[in-house]
Design a protein around this ligand. Structure first.
Ligand SMILES: NC(=O)c1ccc[n+]([C@@H]2O[C@H](COP(=O)([O-])OP(=O)(O)OC[C@H]3O[C@@H](n4cnc5c(N)ncnc54)[C@H](OP(=O)(O)O)[C@@H]3O)[C@@H](O)[C@H]2O)c1
Length: 229
């Protein structure tokens, strides 16, 4: 049975990935900060052992290695999805050193540590996909409006990391996909989003199902369009 490990699984896009793949018969290792409080996630449990809910805080050093101790066997999709928008005020002149550092840790460094911890288990799977939940706001080419220093820099860093992973993990047969999920109605995206979580997730899973070496290291809109770096 195929297996996904996903972070940020307790709400938003990560919760919907978990729901959809469980409904398709997958095993899901669902990582979140507070398993005890993850009531929406617990409610998805089919009760047959296919859902494992695991504690994981992307802002903590050692989190990926601790998670590795809990997740065994091949991983078809490693989805580094957890993310934060960062401090409320990201305008020029108001940069908060510690808050920007925390945003970089969660959005960029944590996915790299996950990749390092789990690359061998992904390589042993059928699909061999490493998916990074980035954002078009990390595109330097697309940045004509400025601001949002913490979020933009963290997702640009994630894109750079994803591109390096696509080179370094290619010999293991791993395909690294870097995603902009679209503007999605979640706590982060807000009610004005143009996609439901289900539209986003179905689109991302369609792309993942078509993953092939020609897609390795590319930055995709959920529509399948290539985005500029
Ligand atoms: N929604 C959009 O329009 C949009 C657009 C572009 C990119 N994205 C990206 O998509 C991903 C998912 O976002 P979303 O829209 O689903 O947002 P969301 O509803 O705000 O969910 C964010 C998820 O990340 C988790 N998370 C945050 N900090 C964490 C940490 N330190 N350790 C572990 N988990 C942590 C949250 O867990 P807690 O409940 O514990 O906080 C939550 O599960 C993010 O990477 C985001 O940047 C979203």
């Amino acid at each position: 049975m195929p297996h996904m490990l996903i972070t940020g699984a307790n709400r938003g896009i990560g919760l919907e990935h978990t729901r959809v793949l469980l409904s398709r018969g997958w095993h899901v290792s669902a990582a979140c900060r507070n398993p005890d409080k993850a009531s929406d996630l617990k409610a998805l449990d089919p009760g047959d052992g296919r859902l494992k809910i695991l504690a994981y805080d992307a802002g903590k050093a050692g989190a990926a290695d601790a998670l590795k101790a809990e997740v065994s066997g091949p991983i078809d999709i490693l989805f580094a999805n957890a993310g934060v928008f960062g401090p409320n005020d990201q305008s020029f002149g108001n940069s908060d050193f510690d808050a920007i550092t925390r945003t970089l840790q969660v959005n960029a460094i944590a996915p790299l540590k996950l990749a390092e911890a789990f690359a061998d288990q992904v390589a042993k799977s059928q699909l061999k996909v490493m998916a990074l939940q980035s954002s078009r706001m990390g595109s330097i080419a697309d940045n004509t409006s400025g601001g949002y220093y913490a979020y933009r820099a963290s997702k640009a860093a994630l894109n750079a990391i994803g591109r390096s992973l696509s080179v370094d993990l290619k010999p293991k047969g791993i395909i690294t996909l870097i995603f902009h999920p679209g503007w999605v109605k979640t706590d982060m995206g807000g009610a004005g989003g143009t996609l439901t979580v289900n539209e986003c997730v179905e689109g991302q899973l369609d792309l993942i199902a078509r993953a092939n070496p020609a897609m390795n290291g590319r930055f995709f809109h959920v529509s399948g369009e290539d985005l500029d770096w």
